[in-house]
Design a protein around this ligand. Structure first.
Ligand code: HDE
Length: 702
């Protein structure tokens, strides 16, 4: 059953524009309403053979072709590939000490939201699982107007000043001469730029970490990145950063999985979000604030307006005050996910900007880009329309929907019609910040320091995360043919950590740096490693587990594990050699119903699942042993550090498939946990529970 969650005011508003194609007795009409009796043949002058020239006068044919010719709008210049969902935001603690924004103070409210997740560099048809930063853009439809947090899954950015944005994006996008590569940072121009802009060092370390290849949009953090401000009822200002932390914990792929999935299932993340929501496993994020009072803004060794820096949690703790749940998929992709338009400049009373030079530029850019994507009346499109009243003297422009009745369209007017709101009526009041200075193209002194936090980030990673950064950098630089590019970048790594630089230099064939550019300060901070964001209680919720069987499988083990998985909220899939029914040991193939698998072994790959389980059964295992793809499934899952369960005859099958010298699984019938593999020679209920617990063990999902 499809669960349609979230009957909030925004959904009710959208329903006015929604028509149900399936439950309608309507007939096809032209766009001007005339019923159409033939949608397949263009009007022609025909001879006896029923052939002849087509007539341009045919309004139905021309309308159909014209509509088709104009279906495409420009894709987003960045973040073109994405997917979205509706949900609600609920506050559990009022932040009235720092803001008077209703959405952050009224704990009785449920604010409708729309979230769009995205990659950055790829075009609209590119793969989901590429190494890239992920966009995490949220539109809150508040009672005081729309508020957008247009964030990423990484808390810092490549550049400090918005004027550099076209350069960083040109350098990352496909190269101009051959439009290669698609959705990749692994090329000369990207790394050339990174070296030439030392301010990008911190961010590229994040992008090369596991954060660049999230397991799911549901398992990543979101950061507003820029510094905004909050104003409270007393008129005091605090600087603020916004943070989303997922209830499921922060998890990633290993690179080999991500690479393979990009070909095997380019829509993996899109489908993952959709399936979870349709199955009722609504993803949730805690919403947090990091707040700095105005008079403390100079207390740090970094500039709090510099978007290439984090505010370490030890210095500025995160205060979680709310929760967002995504509970409804879109009805149609284009009018909702493609036409949704975010603007950093969309803020509501009680929230303000800061002088963060990246934010100031973004405030200009987002509105501007919507003009070329959607036209001047883009805020009237259903998905962008606020749920509160919108009234003003703006008029006309392409695609205007609204009809404003009356004789005046300016203010002031003799009727005093549609007047500005007073502050007590909720009118937006700008914070009276003092500004003085000279006109100059400059950045503050603290903006010049670019390496402290790159070191802090690297130092704070676990050993395995550091290894992943190393292999990511070696992969990327191996794809750069220009020795100037990989040689220079390797030198840059010595500004972070000498061991890192030397390892990469050897790997990619660059001159090996002998000295650190600057000694590693050795400091660490919490909240940077993904291990700091394991779920509070390990959970298997919404994880995909493949049960691999063939004819003659052990039904007790199969049914036991399947039931245990479903009970724990995981999603079991049965995979076999064919998709027609499979018969259990002892089941009569003539009279038995068999078990219809969800997929066959060739249709899917182990990469599409979080864990696999192989029940025993003499004949089943004999068949799987002879099946190269089945062996590959198990071996590949093992290589990707996934939890594997096996019972009975499957124990030795799994052991042989993994074929690693020195790896010993218990042959005694006891349950063991060895390299993430749980086996039992008997199909005992404890082993099913153990298998489920192992899958839950968050360590196996890092
Ligand atoms: Fe964006 N960015 N950006 N960006 N950005 C766009 O706006 C831009 C930046 C982010 O799902 C564009 O509507 C400039 C930081 C997301 O629709 C464009 C600068 C962060 C999305 C644009 C930045 C982001 C965009 C393209 C440097 C993380 C997708 C289409 C000053 C905090 C939103 C569009 C969606 C999209 C400009 C930097 C996140 C061109 C000039 C930093 C999640 O306006």
């Amino acid at each position: 059953m499809v669960i349609r969650g979230g009957q909030n005011p925004k959904i009710k508003q959208l329903n006015q524009y929604t028509e149900d194609v399936h439950n309608s007795d309507a007939r096809i009409t032209s766009d001007y309403g005339v019923r159409n009796s033939n949608t397949d043949d263009w009007l022609k002058v025909v001879n006896e053979d029923k052939t002849g020239p087509m007539l341009l006068e045919d309004p139905f044919a021309r309308e159909k072709i014209h509509r088709f010719d104009h279906e495409r709008i420009p894709e987003r210049v960045v973040h073109a590939r994405g997917t979205g969902a509706h949900g609600t935001f609920k506050l559990f603690e009022s932040a009235e000490d720092v803001t008077y924004a209703g959405v952050l103070t009224d704990t009785s409210r449920e604010t409708p939201v729309f979230v769009r997740f995205s990659t950055v560099l790829g075009s609209r048809g590119s793969a989901d699982t590429v190494r890239d930063v992920r966009g995490f853009a949220t539109k809150f439809y508040t009672k005081e107007g729309n508020w957008d947090i247009v964030g990423n899954d990484i808390p810092v950015f490549f550049i400090q000043d918005a004027m550099k944005f076209p350069d960083v994006i040109h350098a990352g996008k496909p190269e101009p001469h051959n439009e290669v590569p698609q959705a990749q940072t692994a090329h000369n121009n990207f790394w050339d730029f990174q070296y030439l802009h030392s301010e990008a060092t911190h961010m590229f370390m994040w992008a090369m970490s596991d954060r660049g290849i999230p397991r799911s949009y549901r398992m990543m953090q979101g950061f507003g990145v820029n510094t905004f401000s909050l104003i409270n009822a007393k008129g005091e200002r605090h600087f603020v950063k916004f943070i989303w932390t997922p209830e499921l914990g922060v998890h990633s792929f290993v690179w080999d999985e991500a690479l393979k999935l990009a070909g095997q299932d380019p829509d993996f993340h899109r489908k993952d979000l959709h399936e979870a929501i349709e199955n009722g496993a609504f993803p949730k994020w805690k919403f947090g604030l990091q707040v700095i009072p105005e008079d403390k803004q100079d207390d740090f060794d970094f500039d709090i307006l510099d978007a290439t820096k984090v505010w370490p949690e030890e210095l500025v703790p995160i205060r979680y005050i709310g929760q967002m749940e995504l509970n409804r998929c879109v009805d149609e992709f284009f009018p909702e996910t493609e036409q949704v338009a975010f603007c950093t400049s969309h803020i509501v009373p009680g929230i303000g900007f800061s002088d963060d030079p990246l934010l100031q530029g973004r405030n200009f850019s987002y509105f501007d880009t919507q003009l070329s994507r959607l036209g001047i009346n883009w805020q009237e499109l259903p998905i962008n329309k606020p749920v509160c009243p919108v009234m003003n003297h703006h008029r006309d422009g392409q695609g205007r929907h609204k009809i404003s009745k009356g004789t005046v369209n300016y203010w002031p007017n003799r009727f005093e019609a549609v007047a500005p709101a007073k502050p007590e009526e909720g009118g937006y009041v700008d914070y009276p910040a003092k500004v003085a200075g000279i006109k100059a193209r400059m950045r503050s002194k603290k903006f010049q320091e670019h390496f402290n936090q790159a070191q802090l980030f690297y130092n704070s990673l676990s050993k395995v995360e550091k290894m992943h950064v190393m292999s990511a950098l070696s992969f990327e630089l191996d794809h750069c043919e220009d020795p100037v590019v990989y040689g220079r970048l390797t030198q840059r790594l010595a500004d972070i950590d000498l061991d890192l630089a030397q390892t990469i230099a050897k790997q990619v064939g660059a001159p090996v740096p002998q000295e650190s550019g600057r000694p590693n300060h050795g400091r660490t901070a919490k909240g940077l490693s993904q291990f700091d964001y394991m779920p509070e209680t390990p959970t298997i919720l919404s994880r995909r587990v493949a049960l691999i069987i063939a004819d003659g499988y052990d039904a007790v083990a199969y049914n036991g594990v399947k039931a245990a998985l479903s009970a724990a909220g995981a999603v079991p899939f049965t995979i076999s050699v064919r998709r027609s029914p499979i018969f259990a040991a002892g089941e009569d193939q003539g009279t038995g119903k068999g078990q219809k698998p969800d997929h066959h072994l060739e249709g899917m790959r182990s990469t599409m699942f979080d864990s696999i389980f192989v029940p025993g059964g003499v004949d089943s295992i004999a068949t799987l042993r002879k099946n190269g793809r089945a062996l590959h499934w198990v071996r590949e899952a093992f290589g990707h550090l996934k939890a594997i369960g096996a019972t009975g005859e499957a124990v030795s099958f799994v052991k042989d498939a993994c074929a690693l010298p020195g790896l010993s699984f218990a042959e005694t019938g006891d349950v063991v946990d060895s390299y993430g593999v749980v086996t039992s020679n008997e199909s005992k209920p404890e082993s099913f529970k153990e298998a489920v617990n192992l899958v839950k063990g968050a360590k196996d999902f890092v």
